[in-house]
Design a binder for this molecule. Structure first.
Ligand code: BG6
Ligand code: MG
Length: 214
C-alpha cells in the first residue's frame, strides 16, 4: 500500500453533519437578524466554532458585541446543533463509507480521525463508531484549527507515523490546506474536491481504496 494510515476529517466526510452545522448557524443568525447563506457556510468548513462565529459576524452591523455575548451566541448554536445530533444513528453512516473503511482496514491500514469539532466523540458514538478508529484527534486537543496542520500532525504523532505515510481525506478547502501545510497528501470530496484543493479530487468516497493501493 502507498500509505500506512488514512486520517479522515469527520463533518462532511464520514457523515453529513455539515448540513446540521448549517441549520444551527442559520437559526442563530436569523435570531440576530444576520444574513447567512450556504456560500458563507462553505467558509465555515473545518474552521473552529468561535472562528466560524467571527465569519458570520462579518454580516452583523449592530452595536459592538462583548466577548461574553459572542460566547453566548456560539453556545446557542452548539445547543441547536447538539439537539439535532441526537437524531443521528448508525443508519446515517452510509454503506459506501463503512465498506470503504472496512476495506482499508482489511488491507492493514490504520484509520484515524482529524477533526476541528469538539463534538467528535459524541458523533462517532451516535454513528456506532465509538471505538472504531485507531486514533481520534479533535477540537479538544488542539490550539489552532484548520488551515493550521496541528490536528493532523497530532493524529500522525498518535499513530506513530510520519505525515508522508498518511493520506488525509477532507471536504473543506481549509482542511486540504491544513493537510498540505503538515506535509500530507490530501484526497478531497465535496466542496474541496470541486475547488480542486486536493492531490486527488474524488467524485465518490470509495475511490480512496484505489488511491491507497496505487
Ligand atoms: C468542523 C466543521 O469539523 O468542526 C466546522 O467543519 C465546525 O464547520 C468545526 O465549526 C467545530 O465544530 P464544533 O462541533 O466543535 O462546533
Ligand atoms: Mg469537514
Amino acid at each position: 500500500m502507498k500509505y500506512k494510515a488514512v486520517i479522515f476529517d469527520l463533518d462532511g466526510v464520514i457523515c453529513s453533519t455539515d448540513e446540521y452545522h448549517y441549520q444551527a448557524w442559520k437559526k442563530m443568525a436569523d435570531s440576530m437578524g444576520i444574513y447567512f447563506d450556504r456560500t458563507i457556510n462553505n467558509r465555515l468548513r473545518g474552521v473552529s466554532r468561535m472562528e466560524s462565529l467571527e465569519i458570520i459576524l462579518e454580516q452583523y452591523h449592530g452595536p459592538a458585541l462583548s466577548e461574553e455575548k459572542k460566547v453566548e451566541l456560539a453556545t446557542q448554536k452548539n445547543d441547536f446543533y447538539r439537539e439535532s445530533l441526537h437524531q443521528l444513528s448508525p443508519a446515517d453512516l452510509s454503506s459506501e463509507v463503512k465498506d470503504t473503511l472496512d476495506a482499508l482496514r482489511a488491507e492493514g491500514l490504520k484509520l484515524a480521525i482529524g477533526s476541528s469539532s469538539k463534538n467528535t466523540r459524541f458523533i462517532l458514538g451516535q454513528l456506532g463508531l465509538g471505538s472504531y478508529f485507531d486514533v481520534v484527534s479533535d477540537g479538544n486537543n488542539i490550539t489552532h484549527s484548520k488551515p493550521d496542520p496541528e490536528v493532523f500532525l497530532k493524529a500522525a504523532e498518535m499513530l506513530g507515523f510520519a505525515p508522508s505515510d498518511c493520506l488525509v481525506v477532507e471536504d473543506a478547502v481549509s482542511g486540504a490546506q491544513a493537510g498540505h501545510a503538515g506535509g500530507f497528501e490530501v484526497a478531497c470530496v465535496g466542496d474541496a474536491s470541486q475547488a480542486g484543493a486536493g492531490d486527488y479530487n474524488m467524485s465518490s468516497f470509495c475511490e480512496i481504496k484505489q488511491i491507497a493501493a496505487d
